[in-house]
Design a binder for this molecule. Structure first.
Ligand code: ADE
Length: 409
């Protein structure tokens, strides 16, 4: 289903492979209606299930819904089929930031601009309790205007997932960019670990090579643990004190975001304009009022996104299906209408809360408000066969309604 030329859910035509990792492949794709380019991250459910990464995937969705920032790759929508999960992402045209280093280190002003944008994105996430935890070159993309976009929050964690000691305990990230406290599994403060990785990024931009490198992994870890690195002669003097403060092996004394933005090197000719940022799970009210959900609500509502339902095919051979959707009613109704159109079914509306789809099957939908922008959907098969009902529910209705679609701005 995920090869070139295929049309995903009748909406996105898949193009060339942009990259792949352990669980996911990323393709270029085009919205068949609007022609808009997107990046589609395709995740194999089986692999995710086997690896026990479901929680991470759910977290990725929740986290990406939380962060809307000019320097962070936007998640437009999430869709799913029986075997795959699809993240529809903002397409970032300009390739990886680190391709720019092929010709050597960057000029100081260029490095500063990218670093300011990186800190803006990371600071924005941190202030909302979101840590990236996997900052590395592949995750730093450039758009067609040369602005940085941080991608892939796949392994990020929300503050609420901390254990009682207030520290995160999962080890992830690539060694070269990983903070010493992650390597020695002390449990770590996600914010401070990200600052270390940003320090490595800044070093690489200004030096043209990695601060910690060794063909022997154990030796490399030792270098990281002791923050043993050397600046090349060409390294801008004013940037040295900032990098040294970021590459402090002690996370407690390591510089904070607040102090980074106050640092004289960071502030020189500050080129970053105020960025348009937005926080909120609902991503606009779609006519239904603001959502006051906090991160906890979003995590618990990620069950409402119904990935649990997507992973487990039970319970849909009944004549009735119930599930939660975190969307305004107006969006739910318009999505149901969209699906009906695709399925060539007729829609009969009744005052906006009750909707009937007819064509082969007859299915009644009730949309009940649980809290602002959170609805319980009840679907009932009134006439027709259960196999067909099950199929349209799992293949069309649930993916459409549980997708994390932001109303267009
Ligand atoms: N590679 C990985 N994610 C991407 C994205 N969002 N846009 C372009 N290329 C990518």
């Amino acid at each position: 289903m995920d090869t070139k030329g295929d049309v995903l859910m009748q909406r996105y035509e898949l193009g060339k492979l942009l990259g792949h990792g352990n669980f996911a492949k990323v393709y270029h794709a085009r919205n068949v209606l609007t022609g808009m380019s997107v990046a589609v991250k395709v995740i194999d459910k089986k692999k995710v299930l086997k690896s026990g990464m479901i929680t991470h995937i759910k977290r990725e969705i929740s986290v990406m819904r939380l962060v809307k920032h000019a320097n962070i790759v936007r998640l437009h929508e999430v869709m799913a089929s029986k075997t795959k999960i699809y993240f529809i992402l903002e397409y970032v045209k300009g390739g990886e930031l680190f391709d720019k280093l092929a010709k050597g280190r960057l000029k100081e002003d260029a490095a500063r601009k990218y670093f300011q944008q990186l800190i803006s994105a990371i600071g924005f996430c941190h202030s909302r309790g979101v840590y990236h935890r996997d900052l590395k070159p592949e995750n730093l993309l450039l758009d067609d205007e040369g602005n940085l976009k941080v991608s892939d929050f796949g392994l990020s964690a929300l503050a609420e997932t901390k254990r009682q000691d207030g520290l995160l305990h999962t080890c992830c990230g690539s060694p070269a960019y990983v903070a010493p406290e992650i390597i020695d599994q002390r449990g770590y403060d996600g914010a401070k670990a990200d600052i270390w990785s940003c320090g490595v990024v800044l070093f690489v931009l200004l030096a043209g090579f990695l601060p910690f490198h060794d063909s022997n992994l154990v030796e490399m870890y030792r270098k990281i643990a002791g923050a043993r690195f050397k600046y090349p002669n060409s390294f801008p003097v004013a940037a040295k004190s900032l990098v040294s403060k970021m590459l402090d092996p002690n996370p407690i004394t390591r510089i904070s975001i607040g102090d980074i933005v106050e640092h004289p090197w960071f502030n020189t000719g500050l080129v970053s304009e105020p960025v348009i940022t937005e926080t909120g799970a609902g991503g606009g009210d779609g006519g239904g009022g603001n959502c006051n959900c906090n991160a906890f609500d979003i995590i618990s509502l990620s069950r409402g996104l119904n990935l649990s339902g997507l992973f487990n095919d039970n319970g849909e051979d009944e004549k009735e299906v119930r599930f939660m959707v975190k969307q305004p009613a107006s969006i739910i109704i318009s999505k149901l209408e969209e699906v009906a159109k695709i399925l060539k079914m007729k829609v009969v509306k009744n005052n906006g809360v009750l909707l009937r789809m007819e064509g082969g099957l007859v299915v009644d939908f009730e949309v009940l408000e649980i809290m602002p922008n959170v609805h319980l959907i009840e679907a009932e098969l009134v006439a027709g066969d259960r196999v067909g009902f099950r199929e349209i529910m799992s293949e069309h209705i649930r993916p459409a309604l549980t997708s994390v679609t932001e109303p267009s701005e």
